[in-house]
Unconditional design. Sequence first.
Length: 504
Amino acid sequence: MSKQQNQQRPLTTTNTGSPAPSDEYSLAVGPDGPVLMQDAYLIEKLAHFVRERIPDRVYHVKGGGAFGYFEVTADVTQWTKAAFLNQVGKRTPLFVRFSAVAADEGYPDTDRDVRGFAFKFYTEEGNYDLVGNNTPVFFVRDPMKFPDFIHSQLRTPDTGLRSNNMQWDFWTLSPESAHQVMILMSDRGTPRSWQHMNGYGSSTYMWENAEGKKFWVKYHFKTEQGIQNFTDAEARAMFSEDLDYHRRDLWEAIARKDYPSWRLEMQIMPFEDAANYRFNPFDITKVWPHKDYPTIQIGRMVLDRNPDNFFAQVTQVTFEVANLVPGIGPSPDKMVLARMFSYGDSGRYRVGTNYAQLPVNRPINEAHNYNKDGPMRYHHYGNQPVYAPNSYGGPQADPQRYHDLGWFVDAGEIMRTAYTPHAEDDDFVQARSLYRDVMSETDRQNLVNNIVTHLSHGVERFIQERAVESYLSPVDPDLGAQVAKGLGLKITPQSKGVAGKRAP
């Protein structure tokens, strides 16, 4: 702001560019008389003021973001024909938004929560949006349960307060959530900053190369700053120091040119492997163990520019799972397929029907289509034909070059059912591996303490018992026993076994 003090000040105008008559005084009858309706500038200013907020996101409300670039560091043309990935050294501008899933605006940044990690790549073939979190898995695998999951993490309808009881009630009745909850309740649930956490696409996507060969892929953005987390006590202590700690940390790092960066590492599965892989590769509650499909570094992301205007660029940005580019497509992941509708629908509702034309959402290449008119639509195509097919030079699709990516589906009865289980599908098997094989002894002890603390705040006894007996003990009996001890519960015999495979 200090740089602007000595600059010549522009003239205040109305929204249509006419000089404004005053910044301070309304039009009135004499100095003490009534304000007049004919004060068009006052009416315009007040009308805009009461409309200067758009509806909040339903979730991922509080966050921040920055601009930067993605640079290709390895040849990936054997796997995808995506133009922005077709040459080593090629850079693509992008915008990244970080967020907390359940936090309201004004909530402490360091509260225990999953962090959103959403990317918008401004490619020469249109925008490519990738949405994910700082965890490689998610709480539910079927989109039918997604609104219910979010409702359980937000506020109760009677008190308007967050409820640990509501959260654990949902989680313990949804055993597929165990893997994600283990991560959330560990110290990874309280990252030290956005810079010090990884980002994941979480879901599985499809890549296709120029010859039409297809692959299944997962995205892993690995922080080059190193993983750093707060303990539960450190995260709580930060509540009183700085509610906006993560937002401030990112802004200040970029302002001092200490640009945060991440490596993009891909897991790539041959298309044919999916059918008989030991886990369902499209189940978002599961990872692909790296010993099966090691990560391959293909690029690097750097954030080097702060937003110019928080509202216009961080609040109004929208991300659409359906924003794909040639060479990249969806997978049979049910969460991906449902999000291909819901994310665009969210933008239309929340920001307005012109959301894709706003600068932060607008592609760098020119859009050509037959959509026209409608509320708030400020971009138009002049006298271009408004229908297809036409004889007057309107845009024309090229289905041979730019076809939809897809896969063969065996014909079957239409039904509502879970995924067909693969050989090792079990809701607790990967949570068990995380606890036994990945976590250190300190990690495990912190996990127990965090779970006991969370379950001790407003969670009813029968839900505490269910959490121990049928949710945590199947992950590992020792985990269940330690949490039970911390809660003053006795473990019943059935809790000592290990749960079997998920029912189809």
